[in-house]
Structures are given as C-alpha cells and as structure tokens.
Design a protein around this ligand. Structure first.
Ligand code: NAP
Length: 332
C-alpha cells in the first residue's frame, strides 16, 4: 500500500507533528496516458511552509486532510502513456509520498547527463535554477559586483556563491555557525558572516572592510527581516536586490520593525521579487549555462540526506533550524 504525508491542520508558527500525518493512500487506476511512479528522492523546500497556510499566494495552499505534494524524482514502474517506459527516471510533482499514479503530461523524463537523478531537485533543478536566474537575470549581476547572499550554506545560497565567483564577483555570504561559514568560504566566498555570533550589521561592515569594499551592489535575499534590513544599511547607490525568499519570517506572524527601509529611497535601491517558475520557458538556457559548470566542478553540490518516507516531515522542519548544509533531500 502506498503512503503519503497529509496536512491535518494549519500550523500556527513553526509546524509540529500534530499538523501532519503519514497515511496509507489508494492509488488511482492506471488509465491511458498515465504512469505509475515509485519515488526515489523527495525534495523538501521552504516554500511548502507557505502552502500550509490558507492565504492568498502564488502557489495553491495544501488542502486539509489531503496529501501534500512537491518535487520528487523517481522511476516508472508501470506505464500506459506513449513515450514513457518502465525504468524511465522522471521528475514529478508527486512528492511527500512513496508512489503515485499520475498523468504523464505533468512529468518530465530526465535526460541522461551522467549525474545522479537527485541533482534535478537541486543544482540542476529548482534551487540551482533559482540561483542562476535570480542572480544573473533578476539582479543583473556582473563581474566586479560585490554580492551579499544570505542563507549562503543552503541549497540556493551555495549555488549563488559559486555562480557569482565563477562570473568574477566578490561574494560575502551569511550563514548560521562557524562550520557553515567555513564551507561557504571553501566554495570561494571572499567572506562569510556567522549571523548567530554577534551583531549581523557590525559583522557585515567588517566583512566589507575585509574584501576592500564600501558597500554591496547586489543583495540575494533568502532570509528577509534582519538580513534584509542590514542589506539596506550596507547597500551602494542603485544596488539591486533579488528578493528570492524570506525564511526568517515564514514562522512569524508579527511584522518586523525595519530600521533602514527608508534607504530604498535615498539610495535608489531596486528590489525585485521573482518566482522560479517564471523562468520555466528559459530552462534550456539554464541547463546550457549550469551543466558545464557542474560537469567541470566549478559548481559543486552538497546534500543533507535523510532516509525514508517517515523522515520527510523532520527533514522539512530541519530547514527552519538550519539542519541542512546544501540541499535537504529525503532518500526513499
Ligand atoms: P535552504 O537555504 O537550503 O535551507 C534553509 C536555510 O535557511 C537553513 O539551512 C538555515 O540556514 C536558513 N534559515 C532557516 N531559518 C532561518 C532564520 N530564521 N534566519 C536565518 N536563516 C535561516 O533552502 P532553499 O531551498 O535554498 O531556500 C532558500 C530561500 O530561497 C528560502 O527563503 C526559500 O523560500 C527561497 N526560494 C525561493 C524560490 C523562488 O522561486 N523565489 C525558489 C527556491 C527557494 P542557517 O543554518 O544558515 O541558518
């Protein structure tokens, strides 16, 4: 019998195990145009927290009492769809479960690039694509820019650090803890601030001094709140902010009291939010740019892997306590 994680009640603040349940599910009959997929890898992502709320968002809320979904990589074990054979590796949105019978129209057969298929959930997928388009297109970053990226030891952030270095930028990261900062620097970052140790703003100013810069030209925001406020404070005139995520606020209901927000005006800052799926039509461009950087080792990947469907919710919760370095994945 297949199993799936269900949302049982909408979380208040940080989600808990009372909000979800792992339950057996009846699979749909395999009809024409459908495939039966067994998942091997599940992605857990911060945006799923917003889908647990019933608020107006760019993404549908999870339905109460129903299975949740999300990115997954698996293998076809039965097919009634032309062009999809048993054994094909596929990327689907039938995550948070071990098996699914789904229309083939909504899944992607993975090209054989000689890499483990889980990369299509990470540097060759949502997180790498978000890093690439957010940095190069949204922020229009270019060689010589000083780039500040928060959550730099996470999936998106670690890709941003490496792409920025590969493109000739100076990079300051921030991450929670000395070990994570050491890893961020090993990826090429010129400086990394441990935001859990002392004043973030003071330490960012010190990092600017260390890299010989007066301010930042680009802020790649994964965190929001205090990090975003600090970025306003250290921004150069006309700095570009790629507003990717605000994980520091996802479990907070109270608004944050920004001190430096008015700098947007005097410094003529340009803030632009974006969603990865905006760039779906340009994935070919992304593969062409990112593929060789991954193949050559210029962009490395690291995963934090939790084992088994039972661990999926803990893996998700771990995103909010910094349990992951690199991409958080669940291996089934
Ligand atoms: P991730 O960075 O791999 O994992 C989350 C990391 O965020 C944690 O490891 C933790 O690292 C940090 N974090 C958690 N709570 C924090 C807090 N209160 N303050 C500061 N840091 C905190 O996750 P990801 O998938 O790469 O996503 C990163 C951001 O990008 C998220 O905000 C996500 O929503 C956003 N995103 C946006 C898009 C889009 O289309 N716009 C697509 C993908 C992701 P530390 O140990 O360093 O604290």
């Amino acid at each position: 019998m297949a199993k799936a994680w269900h949302l049982m009640q909408r979380p208040k603040g940080k989600p808990t195990h009372d909000d979800v349940a792992l339950k057996e599910i009846e699979l749909a009959p395999l009809e024409d145009g459908m495939v039966h997929v067994r998942n091997h890898w599940l992605s857990v992502d911060p945006y799923m927290r917003a889908r647990m709320d019933d608020t107006d968002s760019y993404f549908d809320a999870f339905k109460l009492g129903q299975p949740m979904d999300g990115g997954a990589v698996g293998e076809i074990i039965a097919s009634k769809a032309d062009g999809f054979e048993v054994g094909d590796k596929v990327l689907s949105f039938a995550g948070w479960r071990d098996e699914a019978v789904i229309p083939a129209a909504g899944i992607h057969k993975l090209p054989d690039l000689g890499v483990d298929p889980y990369h299509f959930l990470a540097n060759l997928g949502l997180t790498g694509g978000t890093a690439w388009f957010g940095l190069m297109d949204v922020a229009e970053a270019k060689a010589g820019d000083v780039v500040f990226v928060s959550a730099a030891a996470g999936a998106v952030g670690s890709a941003v650090v490496q792409i920025a270095k590969a493109k000739g930028m100076t990079v300051i990261g921030s991450a929670g803890g000395a070990d994570k900062c050491a890893w961020v620097k090993s990826l090429g970052a010129d400086a990394c601030v441990d935001y859990k140790n002392g004043s973030l703003l003071k330490n960012l100013k010190a990092a600017l001094g260390d890299v010989g810069a007066k301010g930042i030209d680009v802020y790649f925001d994964n965190v929001g709140r205090e990090h975003l406020d600090a970025a306003f404070a250290i921004a150069e005139q006309e700095a570009r902010f790629a507003e990717c995520g605000m994980i520091d606020g996802y479990n907070h209901e109270a608004p944050y009291g920004f001190k430096y927000i008015a700098y947007i005006i005097g410094k003529r800052l340009q803030l632009k939010g974006f969603i990865y799926t905006d760039y779906q039509p340009r994935m070919g461009e992304f593969y062409a740019a990112m593929g060789p950087m991954i193949a050559s080792g210029e962009v490395q990947s690291r995963e934090t892997v939790m084992e088994g469907l039972d661990s999926t919710f803990d893996a998700f919760l771990g995103l909010f306590s910094g349990a992951n370095t690199g991409k958080m994945l669940v291996k089934l």
